[in-house]
Design a binder for this molecule. Structure first.
Ligand SMILES: Nc1ncnc2c1ncn2[C@@H]1O[C@H](COP(=O)(O)OP(=O)(O)OP(=O)(O)O)[C@@H](O)[C@H]1O
Length: 247
């Protein structure tokens, strides 16, 4: 479904590569987790795959399509849940979602019904006409998700979709993503919640310094490290315990 060949990104003025000669294949219907410390290159990789930034070198295709040749088809095929809220605070939930739906050529009753269906599924029906500025973090995350799936993308990029939300919101988000996946959506997901990734992902890659250090099914990775009880133990064994602070 997604084929990545020797993909690299060096930002203007940066000393090194944020993603470096990365090769990866992701199959249809996978939930593929990109895990790594702060600054590992996860957002950079997702941003290239969703065409928000341009690679420095290398190539990739999604369902055989490339942004150079099939930009329009790819825009309809993919959905992007960004790490930062991409919402207008002074507009209501319904107004925000109507706007995002219209950018995918959805309109009229079809769009209205889809918005109400998803607001209901994600527990937000009573807040359709409330301004986003009054929403909690968990509610904004759910609206952020709805905005990216109104057009029913076949491939969904999720950059930390459950960061900063309470357990209840997280549960609703993850359950809905599982349903979308069961219905055929392929997902590429980044997170620092390793417990969540361990149960949610079909496969994960642990990335550091722009390179994949290891990848596989969470269960297989855990059993291949002698003292690992869970994915977090594997992660620390691979990436070390040193803090990754930089300014
Ligand atoms: N616009 C930019 N210009 C220059 N350097 C950047 C830019 N965006 C990211 N970087 C650098 O690229 C590297 C990878 O960053 P990236 O945001 O992809 O990491 P990440 O794994 O998503 O981290 P986090 O877990 O903190 O979100 C970091 O060293 C970061 O400082």
């Amino acid at each position: 479904m997604i084929q990545i060949n020797q993909l690299s990104k060096k930002y203007k003025g940066a000393e090194g590569f944020s993603v470096s000669d990365l090769d990866l294949n992701i199959d249809k219907k996978e939930i593929f987790g990109l895990l790594g410390p702060n600054g590992a290159g996860k957002t950079t990789l997702i941003s290239m795959l969703s065409s928000l930034i341009k690679p420095t070198s290398g190539s990739f295709s999604i369902n055989g399509l490339t942004f150079q040749e099939n930009k329009k088809e790819l825009k309809q095929l993919i959905g992007i849940v960004p790490q930062e809220y991409a919402l207008y605070p002074s507009l209501t939930a319904f107004e925000n979602l109507s706007y995002f739906g219209s950018t995918y050529n959805l309109k009229g009753n079809t769009l209205k019904e889809k918005i109400h269906e998803l607001l209901k599924t994600l527990g937000l029906s009573n807040f359709a006409n409330k301004k986003i500025s009054t929403f909690s973090g968990g509610m904004k995350r759910r609206i952020n998700l709805i905005a990216s799936i109104l057009h029913e993308p076949k491939v969904l990029f999720l950059d930390e979709p459950t960061v900063g939300v309470d357990v209840q919101s997280k549960n609703v988000i993850i359950e809905h993503l599982k349903q979308l996946n069961a219905a055929g959506t392929t997902m590429i997901y980044t997170s620092h919640h390793l417990n969540e990734a361990e149960s949610f992902c079909s496969r994960v890659a642990i990335i550091d310094n722009g390179k994949i250090i290891t990848k596989g099914k969470p269960k297989d990775l855990v059993s291949s490290y002698q003292y690992a009880r869970n994915l977090e133990d594997v992660f620390l064994a691979i990436t070390g315990k040193a803090l990754r602070d930089h300014a």
